[in-house]
Design a protein around this ligand. Structure first.
Ligand code: PLP
Length: 386
């Protein structure tokens, strides 16, 4: 009974085995303080993995977005565009800066920022002389947005891109690593991400001066002087040496995690894709997704069952599933900010929110547990097992 009803989590941490060794190194050398050799090595190893020149390890992905906005000189009253279909952490740092977020819809082929909506928004804001100072482009559920299209629009107006790759470490866009396509890229190592340090983040860029400046800002902006002197406002945002040790171990199994997550997706697909009304999140032609989370939509007009009913049915079986992110333009927090839909009569992100479900996608999910999820979904949809 206990084993049978063991909770299946959405995307639990999954250690590889080498983490302890690096943490032990940190303990043995008494580098318990923030910063230290594990942090330096983690930055070097991650930047080599993604092919970015510089990296700065931080206490969270949110902190990395905040620092990136600071490096781009965002000030009070500035406009910053952001994908709407995402976790609130993508846009909160815009508010930290006193800037004004404007939300951009998704497009159907990747669920990420719609170049059509972006173009409309940027043209409108150019007309009133309020060009955005940055565009935060989110790569949802392990898949890249369409950067060539997005960059082409942004470069006309010389607007820099921050790539929120918190959910897409290890994914690629036309062969390049997700997170390395904008002026800045950010990753998260929060507990549910594809690799975790229990909490942490990273800012990457090919601009070494900028990543150096990030280091400065994230350690209270202390000037080069013997005494404690400060000319700028800084933050206490660096990653601890202990946590960086976990990160180094996790980085060594990232490729395995990607393989396993894609396997999890394929197995769901094989078992559920034929059901009328179910559609899986597509993998856009321009990249390779990690399938950090397997996401699908369910059309209640075809199945008579909606996404929430499925999530509740799974919960009854002690299985954790989640709706797709509630778009930020629908959040009470952002209710007064502008939103640009994919087309006049079509808000893709709202549609995905109404119909979307994220299924348990742990990199250590067993076939037996996955069968439990599939069986439960088939039961509630009244699909007979063959
Ligand atoms: C997790 C996440 C973040 C924030 O990362 P933290 O490390 O939790 O601060 C930002 N953006 C997206 C899209 C995320 O999923």
């Amino acid at each position: 009974m206990k084993e049978k009803n063991k909770r299946i989590f959405l995307s639990p941490p999954h250690m590889g085995g080498e983490e302890r060794g690096f943490v032990k190194e940190a303990f043995d050398s008494n580098w318990i303080a923030p910063l230290g050799p594990q942090v330096d090595a983690f930055e070097k190893e991650l930047s080599e993995y993604v092919g970015a020149k510089g990296a700065c390890a931080l206490s969270s992905g949110t902190a990395a977005i905040h620092i990136a906005l600071g490096l781009l000189g965002i000030q009070q009253g500035d406009v910053v565009f952001c994908s709407s279909l995402t976790f609130v952490a993508s846009a909160n740092p815009i508010l930290y800066m006193g800037a004004e977020p404007v939300f951009i819809d998704s497009e159907p082929s990747s669920w990420n920022m719609s170049p059509v909506a972006l173009k409309q928004a940027i043209e409108d804001f150019a007309k009133i002389g309020k060009l955005p100072k940055a565009v935060i482009v989110v790569n949802l559920y392990g898949q890249s947005a369409d950067y060539d299209e997005i960059k082409a629009i942004c470069s006309i107006y010389d607007v820099p891109i921050i790539e929120d790759a918190a959910e897409s470490l290890g994914a690629t866009y036309k062969g390049k690593a997700s997170g390395t396509l904008g002026t800045f890229g950010i990753y998260s190592f929060n507990g549910n991400k594809i690799i975790t340090t229990s909490g942490g983040g990273m800012l990457v860029s090919n601009n070494l001066e900028a990543t150096e400046k990030a280091r400065f800002l994230a350690t209270q902006a202390r000037d080069q002087a013997m005494h404690y002197q400060h000319s700028e406002m800084g933050y206490n945002y660096r990653l601890s040496n202990i946590l960086a040790g976990i990160g180094r171990g996790q980085l060594r199994i990232l490729e395995t995690h990607i393989m396993k997550k894609r396997k999890v997706y394929n197995y769901y697909y094989k078992n559920l894709a034929d059901i009328k009304g179910i559609q899986f999140m597509p993998e856009a032609h321009f990249g390779k997704a990690t399938r950090w989370l397997t996401a699908l939509t369910i059309d209640p007009l075809e199945t008579n069952i909606n996404a929430n009913q499925i999530i509740n049915a799974l919960e009854k079986e002690n299985i954790e599933a989640r709706p797709v992110w509630k778009p930020l333009h629908l959040q009470p927090l952002f209710i007064n900010h502008a939103y640009y839909p994919h087309s006049k009569n079509r808000s893709v992100s709202e549609d995905l929110f109404n119909k979307g479900i994220c299924l348990p996608s742990g990199s250590d999910l067993s076939i037996k547990d996955q069968d439990r999820v599939i069986k439960c979904i088939k039961n509630i949809l009244n699909v007979n097992e063959d």
